[in-house]
Design a protein around this ligand. Structure first.
Ligand code: ADP
Length: 543
């Protein structure tokens, strides 16, 4: 017997329509590339999204067409998210830190028709334009007065939308309709596209609103440092309007000082981003001896949040949610908000231990860990295997890439994350490492994350990474690469002493190398691949 309930398609534009009617005082504040700060409400945004819908139609965009963006976090980028998907198009957000080869590859692979770009990216596009699709239309996201040098032949965003009506007859789209496209950074091989639907996007927004709801309420002021050009800024452009939280978009300046000043001025309550960004902010908080006004929660994900980072925030009265996810999961898979019962009963150290883990699954995402033969392993906190996921917000395949799809899915249709993990009986996920970053030593393995997490707490260490060096006897052994904080160089003996409190002797790194900075991926994570290439011929002391 079927239930007798209406079936209304889940639709992205309905999220903004809702916010424009119900959350009329919530704001979107944007630091613009023009150099000033822009602010308006969801109601204003919805009207401009209507104008943009008409403009896209006038450019010839129809259902299923891909429209690319190359832009920072700001209100025009937000408008594109809604207008492109609202008319049935697909918003393809491009990461500006991709190499020229990758940029060329994905614009052709996606068959982008139009590219909307921030003024800052005009030189970049002019340098590669010959390699991009020849019939691409370029639109610079500014007004006529700020069109930059080199933008001849490109259209102007404000001129484009200015002439149009604010009311758009949004079509009712099947909820499976594609809405946005995001390519993984492609650390190996070509980037692979995750193509989200209206349904998956709205379900993901609901999920975040439930699971991370404490930092997303009406009156909250949320700073997505995580970029709109990567995994839809962890869904915040959809969840914030749904919940009535205001969005504070930081534009291009993401250094500690710029973030602190913006957060203080705009009274940001919750900030979301990867650990490398928070290092800068914590440095600034340390230097000034105070938090930005109103700052009370931080969501850290994208790579493992070091324990010392979590502790520093918590001591300063900023509650930490350590989350895990990936592009292929929209992206959120787990959240690490400590339940009240834990806060009431556990010691600070026990809480920190738990917060250093990767949180617990959100509703709608199932997790399993399997051994090499594909058999499920117990959730006992000890057994470690490859992590597979399943759910309505997980991709069922890569965009136009059957080979990658076949490689990623198991026989039951679960998606293989490429992470090696354990799960505790309470449901806490422990990401040991990416399978490709584990150090395989003498038939056992060493987690680079575990070692980094301890060493980063040393006062003379600004940042660090552990990579595998090929070894004739053990297969691989760990090398610790350190960016020193000042002139002092941490010694091997000091590092060993710290590490021996947490890991076995055979897991200690064989050597330390000092570098000026660590290479980052396009998404701001340490690029272990680049580091491994740089140290490919490295000889450890016993070799
Ligand atoms: P990429 O960085 O390759 O573009 P993603 O941003 O989708 O792709 O990265 C997903 C991966 O990042 C995960 O598979 C996992 O290895 C890592 N990751 C994400 N969050 C965490 C976390 N909290 N702790 C450890 N690793 C994480």
């Amino acid at each position: 017997m079927h239930g007798q309930m209406m079936h209304r398609p889940l639709s992205i534009i309905e999220v903004l329509r809702f916010a424009s009617e119900i959350h009329r005082t919530a704001e979107i504040v944007s630091v613009r590339t023009e150099g000033d700060v822009h602010r308006y409400t969801y109601t204003d945004a919805f009207a401009r999204v209507g104008q943009l819908g008409h403009a896209l139609k006038a450019l010839g965009i129809s259902q299923g067409d891909r429209v690319a963006t190359l832009a920072w976090n700001g209100y025009r980028h937000f408008e594109l998210y809604y207008a492109i998907s609202g008319i049935g198009g697909v918003c393809h957000t491009i990461n500006p830190r991709l190499s020229v080869e990758q940029l060329t590859y994905i614009t052709h692979h996606a068959e982008d028709r139009v590219l909307f770009l921030d003024t800052t990216f005009v030189p970049l596009i002019n340098a590669v334009k010959d390699k991009l699709p020849s019939d691409m239309i370029y639109v610079v996201m500014t007004d006529a007065a700020h069109m930059p040098d080199g933008s001849d032949g490109m259209l102007c965003y404000e001129d484009l939308i200015d002439q149009h009506d604010t009311i758009y007859p949004w079509p009712e789209l099947p909820e499976e309709t594609a809405a946005s496209l995001c390519y993984t950074s492609g650390t190996t091989g070509n980037p692979k596209g995750a193509i989200y639907s209206h349904r998956s996007t709205v379900l993901h927004a609901y999920t975040i609103a439930i699971s991370l709801g404490s930092s997303l309420t009406e009156g909250a002021r949320v700073l997505p440092v995580v970029p709109l050009f990567h995994v839809n800024a962890w869904g915040l452009p959809y969840t914030a309007p749904l919940t009535g939280a205001s969005l504070i978009f930081p534009g291009p300046a993401l250094d500690g000082k710029s973030l602190f000043d913006l957060m203080d001025r705009e009274k940001v309550t919750s900030a979301w981003g990867v650990p490398t960004v928070w290092q800068g902010l914590q440095g600034e908080i340390n230097a000034r001896g105070t938090n930005p006004q109103g700052f009370s929660s931080v969501v850290i994900g994208g790579s493992a949040a070091p324990r010392v980072m979590i502790e520093t925030f918590e001591r300063a009265g900023v509650s930490v949610c350590h989350a895990w996810g990936m592009t292929e999961m929209s992206p959120v898979g787990t959240q690490g908000i400590m339940p009240k019962s834990y806060r009431d009963t556990k010691s600070d150290q026990e809480l920190l231990d738990l917060q250093s883990l990767q949180g617990r699954r959100v509703f709608g995402v199932e997790l399993k860990i399997v051994d090499e033969a594909g058999h499920c392993l117990p959730h006992d906190g000890e057994a470690a295997g490859e992590l597979f996921v399943r759910g309505n917000t997980v991709i069922s395949g890569y965009f136009n890439n059957q080979a990658a799809t076949d490689a990623a899915l198991d026989a039951e249709g679960w998606f293989g994350t490429g992470d090696v993990a354990s799960i505790t009986p309470d449901g806490f996920l422990i990401i040991q490492d990416r399978a490709k970053d584990l150090i395989k030593s003498g038939g056992e393995w060493i987690s680079s994350i575990d070692l980094e997490n301890v060493v980063i707490a040393h006062p003379d260490v600004a940042s660090c990474a552990v990579i595998a060096i090929a070894h004739p006897k053990w297969d691989e052994r760990p090398l610790l690469v350190v960016v020193p904080k000042g002139d002092a160089r941490v010694s091997k003996a000091e590092v060993d002493e710290m590490l021996l409190k947490h890991v076995a002797k055979w897991q200690l790194p064989d050597a330390i190398e000092f570098v000026d900075e660590l290479p980052l991926t396009a998404t701001g994570k340490v690029s272990k691949l680049t580091l491994r290439q740089r140290f490919a011929d490295y000889k450890l002391p016993d070799m």
